[in-house]
Ligand binder design. Structure first.
Ligand code: AMP
Ligand code: MG
Length: 419
């Protein structure tokens, strides 16, 4: 019997086989979770001017020397500078300009005295009138409460690197550079084929012996969660003609990747393999993993293809293990480690020596996460996936994991806060 392939080697092989798609430009507001196709470089200093970091008075620091509550310094108020307006004046000796947070510091001034260190009884509704003079109760040094130009970013500085999956703060900083559009990789178009004569679409009546197609909608959601565009084909019964027709229809939609579920084991009705062999080429990889040992990978008329298992739990786990990295690569994203924690086993788990992904609930106890089986580990029981907080990973070679031992858990959702 051929040796089983290591999961990580298989993932590396899949990723190597994929090329990032072309780029496109999208409005910044639509760029969340898209992948940058180029570095973002600051075109200018941010901020571009020296600004006040406090509401207060712009002064010449030298004029405030020795100022205190007991010995205030009185300055002549010559201007009122709101945020958003460049002052046209130059501050002279003995002068002060009222200034708002974020407003440009006028020529001649080199420090800000915060309003609470002055005699001004500022009212933030803007109703307080400017007095002719102001008393300063505190000496300031040159540079105090002034944000210099380029404090946040220098012109020419690389702000974000190609391959970054854009987060809200990334969108914010791109906007701060004045860029309204952003270059991103195209979303991979993924055709989703569900095969099986027993399948009926949700919303239709169910005849005896039939089941609803859960893989189709679930795989479409997985594709979207991985940044792809899902193209869902109508389910195909297990006949050569129907399955061939479904692949042809998928190819018509110009996909970047094709995924099918079911029909790739050794059952007599498993016609998917026959069709893929006819239209392209297929590899059946025996991977040292549970679920997902037979992983079908190939090409259909040159388009990369994954044949996932029919059982919904297996379909989802193999998607996360093998298809998600492929989609990352197609959209130029750096591969990211999925969120994992280390948990203490609350009960013993058994495995067959393959790397196993087992559905667990996590409970907080004495400052640690304790993992319990969700009950059944049947790969037909999607409810166990719904109830699971994560997938316990038992590494290759572990057949018995006793209660109290520690293993990694790949999180399937954010962990609930206690209480
Ligand atoms: P197969 O790989 O065709 O042997 O399918 C394995 C199991 O998964 C069978 O019990 C199928 O009924 C079930 N199955 C296959 N496709 C789907 C689907 N799209 N939705 C839900 N269950 C499915
Ligand atoms: Mg079947």
């Amino acid at each position: 019997m051929a040796e089983l392939l290591n999961v990580d080697d298989v993932v590396a092989r899949i990723v190597r086989a994929m090329q990032p798609l072309s780029g496109e430009t999208v409005p910044l507001i639509d760029a969340l979770q898209r992948v940058l196709a180029q570095d973002v470089v600051a075109p200018a200093d941010v901020p571009s001017f020296a600004s006040s970091s406090m509401d207060g008075y712009a002064v010449r620091a030298g004029d405030t020397s020795g100022a205190s509550l007991e010995t205030p310094v009185r300055l002549r108020v010559v201007a009122d500078i709101p945020a958003g307006v460049a002052p046209r004046m130059t501050l002279g000796a003995g002068e002060a300009a009222r200034i708002m947070t974020g407003a440009p510091v006028p020529e001649g001034a080199d420090a800000i005295v915060p309003v609470e260190d002055t005699s001004d009884t500022w009212r933030s509704d803007g109703s307080s009138r400017l007095s002719e003079t102001v008393e300063v109760f505190r000496a300031v040094k040159p540079g105090d409460y002034i944000r210099p130009p380029g404090e946040n970013l220098r012109a020419g500085e690389t702000v974000l690197e190609q391959g970054t999956v854009l987060r809200p703060q990334d969108i914010g900083i791109i906007a701060s550079l004045g860029l309204a559009e952003v270059p991103v990789y195209r979303r991979p178009r993924v055709a989703i084929i569900s095969t099986g004569s027993e399948l009926v679409e949700a919303g239709q009546p169910l005849a005896p012996g039939q089941i609803y197609n859960s893989n189709g909608p679930m795989l479409a959601a997985l594709v979207r969660s991985a940044g792809g565009e899902a193209i869902v084909l109508p389910t195909a019964p297990d006949t050569l003609d129907a399955v061939r027709g479904c692949f042809e229809a998928a190819l018509q939609r110009a996909p970047d990747l094709i995924i099918s579920s079911a029909g790739v084991s050794v059952g007599t009705h498993d016609v998917v393999r026959a069709v893929v062999e006819e239209l392209g080429e297929i590899d059946l990889w025996r991977v040292n993993v549970r679920p997902g040992k037979p992983l079908v990978y190939g090409h259909v008329r040159g388009i990369p293809y994954f044949g996932l298992p029919g059982n919904p739990v297996s379909a989802m786990v193999t998607f996360d293990l093998f298809v998600r990295p492929a989609l990352n690569r197609l959209q130029g994203a750096r591969q990211a480690a999925p969120p994992e924690i280390v948990a203490v086993l609350g009960e013993a788990f058994e495995s067959d020596g393959r790397r196993s992904y087992l559905r667990v609930r996590l409970e907080r106890s004495a400052g640690r996460w304790v993992a319990y089986s969700t009950g059944t580990q049947s790969s037909a029981a999607l409810l166990s996936m719904v109830q699971a907080d994560g997938l316990l990973i038992l590494p290759e070679g572990v057949r018995h994991a006793p209660a109290g031992s520690e293993f990694p858990v790949r999180l399937l959702r954010p962990l609930a806060l206690p209480g």
